[in-house]
Design a protein around this ligand. Structure first.
Ligand code: WCC
Ligand code: FE2
Length: 640
């Protein structure tokens, strides 16, 4: 067996993997040790878009290539390596944008029907945000009923998906200079769905065969995600379920208890999990759990972003991030794992068979072979469905095999819930909400810059290690960290989402955190909530003193352990919004130098942002990020 301390830093994960070895279970961590990544497809050099291929256009290993040789290295149709790499990259963007945006569509759909009063278990919660969004959407509010405004907001959001001409609405929120750049490049999406289809079309055999133009259309698609579908998902979830405010939360597998029915929700869309939160708090359900021998009642926890959503809004504990989904099952004490969409491993079903755990799939678009039960979740029957799932889990409690149970006790406190609105209240006060105090601290150098650390865990590297070491290194150098998704959970487990983490900070950042009462790493939510980071960056520009565009800011983005296609879309919309973005653990085009050069260098001339890549050294990552921040500070004339 492997020495798992080489592949994870989190004790419950290491212990779970050792238990898997002893008892013969297999996880993604195990598969990563026995399977290597495909060397042909890795880095963008396999073209499989037509049936004359797949064609491999890998550069020769270990020797230089003459220009003549390079010219001959094409697919059967003559496609060049850079066209192939760019097409692969573009398709990843399209898949990621589709995932986020479809999530946003579902939120908008639920929102509209809730607004109409058709969903008894859903009510509009955040009226001030409803008015703010109505204004952004050019919907009149004066003298109108809340209900009518909400219906219009829901309709307007949904309408943007199929819009064929014009511009998606939220583009208007970006700094003017940014909008000009996008206009000039022709990358402002008319609607949200259309650019996804366009990318699929233009990457079909024999269509777009000019690398830069492929990236241009992929960029438009990514903007339809970041400033479109993801932003709609965030905004409408906030109105429907409440805009997050700072709240105390807990993270790690210690949320599961010996004497409770343990349920974990996993995935991304909050619609069902919001109602499960209600169901597990129902006194009848708790009494029923007790009647089955679970003297402590019911414990609900979460994994990935479904978890982040109910953590931010209700303080429901997080069980773990992406790579802990299997570890949660291996505790032997999990009655049900209720999954919706995205980042759910198929391996769960096989693993669950070794235990009593029920895998419950709930999305109309996501079934799993071998799952215990499938619900095609329909919001009209919200609480009814949630209760049926919870009741099933309770009935499953007596099936728990005590001999197989080992629940970690680790649980770490954290402060979460930093929506961009909340940050501006905390900085500027209730009546003068503003980012200006932060800007002043950036200008005076107490805060050196801002770094978004986001994205997945990847079983090919030491899990969580890159996130945590990078964050520590950055806050030590006075860089304030904004975090989302599984990265936020990793930082939470390491104790970096607490005000006490200021002990890891440089003197300047420590002082700011202590004065404002915030942790040095701010949990801003789920992966669609990366749109909150766009809005925060825009607000920093608006409140003055740091240039007039996002690309002027000493701000960067990083996904050190990315694995999902969504991460590629996120990275691209940050680059296109003017941000330097660093990836770890491989880059989609890295084995093809022309396209990679474009993404890492030339694209900066257009957007002011670019890509970069460091395989797995968090200190090298930090070095490059700080160098980038310092260069921006210098350009602003605020370095000292
Ligand atoms: Ni977002 Fe990555 Fe987690 Fe899934 S939940 S694993 S895309 S960071
Ligand atoms: Fe996510």
């Amino acid at each position: 067996p492997a020495d798992w301390t080489q592949y994870a830093i989190d004790t419950p994960t290491i212990e779970g993997l050792k238990k898997a070895d002893r008892e013969g279970y297999t996880t993604a961590f195990h598969r990563a040790r026995t399977m290597t990544a495909c060397p042909i497809g890795k880095g963008g050099t396999c073209c499989k878009i037509c049936n004359m291929g797949p064609c491999r256009v890998l550069p020769p290993k270990g020797k230089d290539e003459t220009p003549e040789e390079r010219k001959k290295r094409t697919g059967l149709c003559g496609a060049t390596p850079e066209t192939i790499a760019a097409r692969n990259f573009a398709r990843m963007v399209a898949a990621g944008a589709a995932a986020h945006s479809d999530h946003g569509r579902h939120v908008a759909h639920t929102f509209l029907h809730a607004a109409k009063g058709e969903l008894p278990d859903y009510q509009i919660k955040d009226i001030p945000k409803l008015f703010a969004i109505a204004m952004d959407y050019d919907i009149p509010t004066e003298g109108r009923e809340i209900k009518d405004i909400a219906i219009d907001v829901g309709k307007r959001a949904l309408q943007q998906y199929g819009q064929q001409d014009g511009e998606i609405l939220n583009v208007k929120r970006a700094p003017l200079k940014r909008q000009e750049i996008w206009k000039q490049e022709g990358v402002i999406p008319a609607g949200i769905d259309r650019p996804v289809v366009e990318v699929m079309h233009m990457t079909h055999m024999g269509v777009n065969q000019e690398m830069e133009h492929i990236i241009r259309l992929a960029t438009k698609c990514s903007l339809a995600d970041g400033w479109g579908g993801s932003m709609i998902a965030t905004d409408l979830s906030d109105i429907l379920y409440g805009t997050p405010v700072p709240i105390l939360g807990k993270v790690n597998l210690g949320c599961m208890k010996e004497d409770t029915v343990n349920i974990i929700v996993h995935g991304h869309e909050p619609s069902l999990s919001e109602i499960i939160v209600q169901a597990v708090q129902d006194p009848e359900m708790i009494a029923y759990a007790k009647s089955k021998g679970a003297t402590g009642g019911i414990s609900l926890g979460g994994i990935c972003c479904t978890s982040n959503e109910i953590l931010m809004r209700h303080g429901i504990p997080v069980a773990g991030n992406y790579l802990q989904q299997e570890i949660a099952v291996i505790t032997g004490a999990l009655e049900a794992i209720v999954v919706d969409v995205q980042c759910v491993m198929q391996g769960l079903a096989e693993l669950a068979k070794c235990f009593h755990t029920q895998v419950v799939t709930t999305s109309p678009i996501a079934k799993m072979q071998g799952a215990y039960k499938h619900y095609s979740y329909d919001e009209r029957y919200g609480l009814e469905t949630a209760k049926a799932i919870v009741k099933d889990a309770i009935d499953n409690f007596p099936n728990r095999d005590k001999n197989k149970v080992s629940i970690p006790t680790e649980q770490q406190d954290m402060v979460v819930g930093f929506s961009h609105e909340t940050i501006s209240y905390m900085l500027g006060g209730m009546f003068r909400a503003s980012y200006r105090p932060l800007n002043d601290n950036i200008i005076n150098g107490r805060v050196r810059g801002l770094a978004g650390i986001v994205g997945c865990g990847n079983a090919r590297v030491k899990n969580d290690y890159l996130h945590v070491e990078l964050a520590k290194e950055l806050i030590k150098n006075d860089v304030l960290v904004l975090t989302t998704g599984c990265s936020a959970i990793a930082l939470g487990k390491a104790g970096l989402l607490t005000p006490e983490a200021s002990k890891y900070c440089g003197a300047g950042l420590a002082e700011v955190c202590e004065t404002v009462g915030i942790p040095p790493c701010l949990h801003m939510g789920s992966c669609v909530d990366n749109s909150r980071i766009l809005m925060a960056a825009t607000a920093v520009v608006r409140d003055g003193g740091l240039g007039d565009d996002i690309s002027d800011l000493p701000a960067v983005g990083c996904a050190p352990e990315w694995m999902s296609e969504k991460a590629v879309s996120i990275g691209q919309y940050f680059v296109a919004s003017g941000v330097y973005v660093l990836f770890g653990v491989g880059f989609p085009t890295i084995n093809e130098d022309v396209c990679t050069n474009y993404l890492f260098k030339d694209i900066e001339k257009t957007y002011g942002g670019r890509w970069d890549f460091v395989e797995k050294d968090p200190y090298e990552m930090a070095k490059r990020i700080i160098a980038q921040i310092d260069a921006k500070r210098k350009a602003l004339g605020i370095d000292k």
